[in-house]
Design a protein around this ligand. Sequence first.
Ligand code: CP
Ligand code: NVA
Length: 314
Amino acid sequence: MQLSNKDLLSIHNLTTSEVCKILTLSTKLKALQKAGTAHKLLAGKTLGMIFNKASTRTRVSFEVGMYQLGGHALYLNDSATQIGRGEPIEDTARVLSRYVDGIMIRTFSHDSVEQLAKFSSVPVINGLTDLLHPCQALTDLFTIQEYKDSFQGRKLTYVGDGNNMANSLMFAAAKVGMDITIACPAAYQPNAEILELAQNDALCTGAKIEITNDPLKACEQADVLYTDVWASMGNESETNIRATALKDYQINAQSFAVAKPDAILLHCLPAHRGEELTAEVFELHAQEIFDQAENRLHVQKAIMALLMSPENLL
Ligand code: CP
Ligand code: NVA
């Protein structure tokens, strides 16, 4: 097991023990941060952060995380760089690799991230594509572990659009042996190729993966309820058609009535109250949701430390 100098593009590419290693270091780094103990594992290192889409949490948590690890982060967006003027990703990768020690990218096409990683000589971290959001799903595992202690025998139910979050949560659950049910309309199912890969991963861990179009039944006996926006970044022109197609795929009081009595609610944020969830359940479960948002910081610090420092330092 060697994460040093690797890329993190998809949870599917990690082994179960690598996932556990990330979660273990996240726990340690969170405790050190809370205790006010310095942990400058990336002193003198720089992370380049390419953003072709908007972000609050990802940008701030990576930037603050690098600072807390003793390093520095650069925010590189379309309008301030030659990326927005069409400089090829292959050239951007090779140029940035001469300056920085790691690259985080948030963009549209997953192929662009694969291409960036292929041409970079430094680790590349996927900060969200149309297909996957691995840093969020690893954070979600960490948050579930904090609230529920274990993954085996637990059930996560995702209700809504079968988007990048649904895809990444399938990979995450499959790796740690947690059952996952995705409730979505037939036209908004998760990516079929990812489902197949996750099902293969699940064979090794015993996780059950279920896709259904019955949102209420999906929530029965769930330990974790999860939802995300109906129209992701890049789908804005479909907002109205999606609102109609997904109107029954909401997490609300009825969802909690059939879930386990101690079920928690997670949402990667930003949330659209009155759409994928009600304002009522959001406020009842705000503690969990904002713990989840905070945990982006701790988990991404662990990811950066493992990828960007020599393995023997950790
Ligand atoms: N959850 C998440 O990635 O949030 P941002 O879009 O604000 O980064
Ligand atoms: N599915 C959402 C997640 C945002 C963090 C999107 O891609 O816009």
